[in-house]
Design a protein around this ligand. Structure first.
Ligand SMILES: Cc1ncc(C[n+]2csc(CCOP(=O)(O)OP(=O)(O)O)c2C)c(N)n1
Ligand code: SF4
Ligand SMILES: [Mg+2]
Length: 298
């Protein structure tokens, strides 16, 4: 796919980065390359993507790239976009951050950017933990998952809270485009990122399995990403101009156990915990289907 997008030959990042093998974030960025306009400027928060692609004096990026402080991907992008407007250029702006830099510390900057209506596409590369600093829990970590700050033991089953619904929170700002995506479904992801650059401000939330933090073999990344969708643990949808559409239906979902058992971070869970996760996942899927049927979100 070439045309006006960053081409296959010259992706957003060159192969010489230092992400772990099988990293879902690396796959996500390569897929974004196939949808992203050529004249893009990237504002990236500190996180795995940034530390593995910009270790001084090396730089894997084939686009103008600003490494900003952990909490500031959206506010730095806002400044860039305001300057672009002033000088009358047509350059596009992408803010990209991990789940920590989006759900948690970067949330205020994200909300401000969406509320002000900047022409920015914000992408969350969600590996469900603070990976580069040693796999700490974030607002994106799912219920029952082990992390170094949600340890497992006699008095703890890992994280005891559910994942924050960040895409719906972004949509509550009544922006033109919000989507969830998966690296196991490339055409769906590419279509959504393209739309996100046409309808700004926009927010795309990409599920990125992390072999290191989730404790699985690096050959299993895509299999795990696909299982998340097949079980309903990750629902693919978009909210375009206020209308919700599930883009990959999973009416006969496989049991969540088939997703959980592939990952060491869930290996301590007992049947009663798996039941809680199954019930929550079913109720979330049904809730999203109800929203879709009702037609309009805003
Ligand atoms: C204000 C501030 N607090 C803490 C840090 C340390 N820090 C850098 S990246 C990071 C976690 C990043 O997590 P996430 O955004 O999910 O990205 P990932 O590494 O998982 O890709 C932390 C805690 C920092 N750089 N700045
Ligand atoms: S720790 Fe996880 S997200 Fe970070 S580079 Fe390694 S596999 Fe990728
Ligand atoms: Mg993360």
């Amino acid at each position: 796919m070439t045309g006006d997008t960053v081409s296959e030959e010259k992706k957003l990042i060159s192969p010489g980065h230092s992400m772990c093998s099988g990293c879902g974030v690396a796959i996500a960025v390569n897929l974004i390359s196939r949808a992203c306009p050529k004249d893009v400027i990237v504002s990236s928060a500190t996180g795995c993507l940034e530390v593995t692609t910009t270790a001084y004096p090396l730089n894997a990026w084939n686009a103008p790239f600003i490494h900003c402080a952990f909490e500031t991907a959206s506010s730095v992008a806002s400044g860039i976009e305001a300057a672009i407007k002033k000088i009358g250029k047509k350059w596009k702006v992408m803010a990209i951050a991990g789940d920590g830099g989006t759900f948690d510390i970067g949330f205020q900057a994200l909300s401000g950017m969406l509320e002000r209506g900047h022409n920015i596409t914000q992408i969350c590369i969600d590996n469900e933990c603070y990976a580069n600093t040693g796999v700490q829990r974030s607002g994106a970590t799912p219920y029952g998952a082990w992390t170094t700050t949600s340890p497992v033991g006699e008095f703890s089953i890992g994280k005891d809270k559910q994942k924050k619904p960040i895409a719906e929170i972004a949509a509550a700002h009544k922006i033109p485009y919000v989507a969830t995506a998966s690296i196991a479904y490339p055409p769906d992801l590419i279509t959504k990122v393209k739309k996100a650059f046409e309808k700004q401000p926009s927010f795309v939330h990409i599920h990125c399995p992390c072999p290191t933090g989730w404790k699985f073999d690096s050959s299993n990344t895509i299999n795990i990403a696909r299982k998340a969708v097949e079980t309903g643990m990750w629902v693919l949808y978009e909210i375009e101009d206020g209308r919700m559409r599930i883009t990959r239906r999973a009416p006969e979902r496989v049991p969540v156990k088939e997703y959980l058992e592939l990952q060491g971070r869930f290996k301590h869970l007992k049947p009663e915990h798996v039941k809680i996760i199954q019930e929550y996942s079913d109720s979330e899927y049904n809730r999203l289907e109800k929203i879709e049927k009702s037609g309009i979100v805003y």
